[in-house]
Design a protein around this ligand. Structure first.
Ligand code: NDP
Length: 283
């Protein structure tokens, strides 16, 4: 029996419509994205984020800096954005060019304006079970699972990937939903043994076809976060043949991607509420 597809777009559209109402009610919300250099994939992501933000009524500023921008110059721009009353939310697109210390830049963004939720303070609040600004992709995955009535309480959930952006925050959200969480990574022995045990399998490794159909539990729920550009176009980390074994599965593209953008906009509204003291920022 083929899996039911968990499409992101219908839910993302609903979230974006709600965000647009909230933006209209708040009035001005300033979102600034910073792109350093000309990485083609980053350009695509920035364009998509801007289109969505503008459609939702944000004042979205697309700041482009040359690949030669020094770390010091970037940190100065970030400090200006932190201090600006016109700016509610700041997004520095990763990856940054190699001569810039990403960690330093992430730390430089005021935590309450950190729309990506990458600042150590936001990561720490999530770790402690008091989520404030949480990375958009894992939030999007949780929203999709909830929409499809996935029962996480006690369920064996396996996260393949442990990046700061996807894998780790995802594992924490699953844990907070009382799933029984296993985190796999490139050093995991016998990955299939773990994936086969997963009632809920979330894959964010950036390796096309890493998870074959045989590695998916019969009737399992599969979320494929992977986005790999190949000669066959954009593909996920899970072989689409797994649709024959799973009960629910996200498509690539059209699964997690639209949710990431919608949840990013939700985070930007949250930033605006922090700045207006409608919400208390924990830090
Ligand atoms: P990273 O490269 O930062 O992390 C990849 C993770 O996968 C690492 O933890 C790595 O392990 C693990 N990994 C790599 N190879 C294997 C393997 N053979 N077996 C098990 N684990 C492995 O990637 P990101 O987390 O940033 O992104 C992952 C994927 O998700 C990418 O394809 C990216 O494009 C996509 N993505 C999609 C988004 C969306 O909106 N749909 C948003 C963000 C990302 P180790 O730590 O040991 O190196």
């Amino acid at each position: 029996m083929a899996a039911t597809l968990m499409r992101g777009k219908p839910l993302a559209d609903r979230i974006r419509a709600r965000v647009a109402d909230e933006v209209a009610a708040i009035g001005h919300i300033g979102l600034v994205t910073v792109l350093v250099g000309d990485d083609p994939a980053s350009e695509v992501y920035i364009r998509l984020k801007h289109k969505a933000a503008t459609e939702a009524g944000f004042e979205a500023v697309d700041l482009r800096l040359s690949a030669e921008t020094t770390e010091e110059a970037l940190l100065t721009r970030v400090a200006e954005l932190n201090a600006s009353d016109d700016v509610d939310a700041i997004l520095v697109q990763l990856p940054l060019p190699g001569h810039i210390d990403e960690e330093k830049v992430i730390r430089a963004v005021t935590p309450a304006k950190d729309v990506d939720g990458f600042h150590p303070l936001n990561a720490g609040e999530l770790y402690l079970g008091r989520p404030a600004l949480v990375p958009a992709t894992p939030r999007g995955v949780m929203a999709l699972l909830e929409k499809h009535g996935v029962h996480l309480e006690g369920a064996p959930a396996v996260m393949v990937g442990r990046s700061d952006i996807v894998g780790k925050p995802m594992a924490h959200l699953l844990l907070q939903a009382n799933a029984t969480v296993t985190i796999c990574h490139s050093r995991t022995r016998n990955l299939a043994e773990h994936t086969l045990a997963a009632e809920v399998l979330i894959v964010a490794a950036g390796r096309a076809g890493l998870v074959s159909a045989e590695m998916v539990r019969e009737g399992g729920i599969v979320v494929d976060v992977g986005m790999n550009r190949t000669d066959d176009g954009l593909v996920g980390d899970v072989d689409p043949a797994a649709l024959e074994r799973a009960s629910l599965m996200t498509p690539v593209p059209g699964g997690v991607g639209p949710m990431t953008i919608a949840c990013l906009l939700e985070n930007a509204v949250r930033c605006a509420r922090y700045r207006r003291k409608e919400l208390d920022y924990p830090g």
